[in-house]
Design a protein around this ligand. Sequence first.
Ligand code: GLC
Length: 553
Amino acid sequence: MHQDKVIYQIYPKSFKDTDGNGFGDLPGIISKLDYLKQLGIDIAWLSPIYPSPQYDNGYDVADYTAINPLFGTMEDFDTLVKEAKDRGIGIMLDMVLNHCSTEHEWFQKALAGDKYYQDFFYLRPAKDDGSLPTNWESKFGGPAWEPFGDADLYYLHLFDVHQADLNWHNPNVRRELFDVVRFWMDKGVQGFRLDVLNVIGKSEDFVDSTGGPSSSQEKGLYTDTPIVHEWIHELNKATFGDDPNLITVGEMSSTNVPNGIKYTNPDREELTMIFSFHHLKVDYENGEKWSNPEFDFLELKEILNEWQEGMSDGGGWNAVFYNNHDQPRANSRFGDVENFPYETATMLAQTIHFMRGTPYVYQGEEIGMTNPMFDDIEDYADIETTNNYAIMLENGKTHEEAMEIIKAKSRDNGRTPVQWSDEPQAGFTTGEPWLKVAENYPEINVEKELKDGKIFNYYRDLIQLRKDHPIVSQGSYHGFALDHPAIMAYSRHLDGQDLVVLAHYYPGEATIDIPEEFLGRNYQRLIGNGDCEELSNQVTLKDYETVAFLIEA
Ligand code: GLC
């Protein structure tokens, strides 16, 4: 049963280094399994650990069935699976099946002229007028086509130029990829996170977009196409579908609720759950990520509510989360980490952990790690960040303006090394870390948090409540007070019981009217981060306060 599980995401490169080379490694993960057990999580998802030139930190895979020496050996991996299992923790691997590294043998053979492997990729000639095969834009900026050697052809890359899209129309490609999944199943992994899976279904007759580069019209040409569902079903049948304990989560870019239901309704035999991202675009100006307006709280509520109710109604299942390796830290984004670090972190966590779906905790969030606020562009390694820095300058922004945006939006905000202690480099490495450690590590670190902090314990309590109360894992969802400008409010329902969850997203005080149906019944305060103890017709919450009440049938 996946509903009562909590998943913890590890970004191996930044988790814990044991050999002093500045990159986290598998022995580092093994050394922290007791810490994860203490937190109470069920599954640890590892971002890619395969051989890779690391242009996109391992999401450019050069060999799908080996371990990058940077992270350790296959023996280390086997030890990790076993040691985790001994602690009741399953390992979930990241499968990057939409594209592979241009250093992968398949691409290299294709480049060398091997026709069999050329058909593994989307290779197209220029248009008659000499322009690129289509006008599509890469998701990391710049055109989506790159010259393919000197063959007078271009290859498609929806992401970086070093990530060539794989031609799923070719049954040999699908067979190879399914073999990869089975290889890791045989190693005893308990789950798969499938990278950008809903863009595998490009139509073979590539046409120009008419809505402009990166428009939703353009994305519609290759996103959520009907054949994606067919191929995921095929993947399911050929691999994990047989194993009821195996958990899968598809990363779905720009998807919608009807497709989300299709991907995850068990009757369709596709995936266990999906990530969707619309709720993390509420601080984009006119849909543009590289901007920095205040977040739109009402929109945030509306989107979460739409996904919660929609997936609930259609028998689908959400992955619920605010943080991952592609996002700035949610507490820096939606709260006040200077004045209310505990309230902010726990309020955001509570919003997520009581929703209907499987909660994800991203490394460091359980101790309140924040955006690092690096001033210097040289301190950012992420390819999306550096590409867009150049694009912002080209479009007339000053260096300072661009840096303000990068400090808020760069993916590296979530990728700085985990702050384990107040030792040099936050105890992450004895060498030079591949990405700088955030300066606030003397105040925010695991050692200090376990000694006298309150955020970690709050996460632990939230995780335990999911195990103790079936309403948290199984209950249906209903949002209320959707137009309240400061408080997020929703309820869950199971067998006559109700769970009421309130979260105040701002400083100061805010009051909310509680619907009649929840009043005059026996209740208990399940958990909260402030003083509010009573459920009455009006509830007042202080700065970033959150509370949950369990009401008996
Ligand atoms: C996903 C990953 C991201 C990566 C991209 C391309 O969005 O989460 O880190 O850059 O896919 O593989």
